[in-house]
Design a protein. Sequence first.
Length: 106
Amino acid sequence: MKIWTTEHTFNHPWNTVVAAALRKYPNPLNEAVLGADVIDRKVENGILYTHRLVVSEFKFPSYAQAIIGHAKEHYASERSHVDPVKQEMILRTRNCRASSQIILIQ
């Protein structure tokens, strides 16, 4: 069951948006993100593929903690591919904890 979806078009050049997305962590304005590590990065047929592990600390309401537990750190798998010829970037982030109860895909 999908509860919420949104879409946004950035009014900036494609290369600026891609550079910002790839450099979004660490971010002093988002203290919830503790770190991001590159697990795998490769270029195949001119397309850059990246897989990162993002570690965050979120304060969930008590009702949500009852569902997902009280873990201090939360992990997410972020996969992206950047095709400079098509000027296309696809970025998907999915939570790794509590995925049987809640799935968050960014």
